[in-house]
Design a protein around this ligand. Sequence first.
Ligand code: SAM
Length: 256
Amino acid sequence: MERSMPADSWGRMAEWYDAKQGDTGDFWHRTLIDPTFLRVVGDVRGLHVLDLGCGNGYLSRRFARGGAKVVAVDASSPIIDRALVRESREPLGIEYRVADAARLEFLRAGTLDLVTCHMALMDIEHADSAIGEVGRVLRTGGRFVAILSHPCFDQGPSSTWLIERLFRATKVWRKIERYREPFADEIPWEIAPGQIVTTTGYHRPLSWYARVLRGAGLLIRSLEEAWPTQEFVEGSPQGPYVAEIPLHLVFEAIKV
Ligand SMILES: C[S@@+](CC[C@H](N)C(=O)[O-])C[C@H]1O[C@@H](n2cnc3c(N)ncnc32)[C@H](O)[C@@H]1O
């Protein structure tokens, strides 16, 4: 099996991330991120699907259970090891690969019906090359569905909520900076009290995605902003804020 990319911070928290997402996704995924994403993905029965940046593969497994033939790719070898443990417990015929999303030469051009990328595009260093590869491996009419941190409202640590308490009301603002400029930033994950692992996140403005998708022969058909479920609004301290300002963008692009 291929090796992990150097400086694999995701691998250093593979066990924690696998336990966090489990087989259904964590609270944020289940109640905020996934419902809009899965609605755009739709029925996958009979489709040949690539799940790019698959993590522990909980969505790859969902697609396989839904009748798709799935190949799942992640750059982190320890993360794929966790997915393989789950595959050995419940064989679903998923083909897991350790690979950089920017280099998918093991997949033939024009062979896939659907590529999904779930909360990984903003973690992929060479996302332009990765999107180029998505355009190459999709058949004409095939779909690329991705959900990512909203480029306008969530740039990792350099964006935050600003809550202003007025006489009768509370106003919610979202502070962002350097929107136009692509940049990399360190994202801290507290995997145990006081134990922080940092990964690198990449901010790119919305127009960057539209341009790179178009360059890869992918035309945006739908653009959605993940709607929080009632469970999220009531169960998360950020629920009422996210009900006002979305933190996640979903797009569906068609290979022309
Ligand atoms: C936030 S996790 C999302 C994982 C999974 N899709 C989920 O939603 O649970 C981001 C994933 O992207 C992977 N990743 C980062 N850079 C990558 C690259 N260049 N190629 C493939 N995967 C990459 C990481 O290893 C990590 O598993």
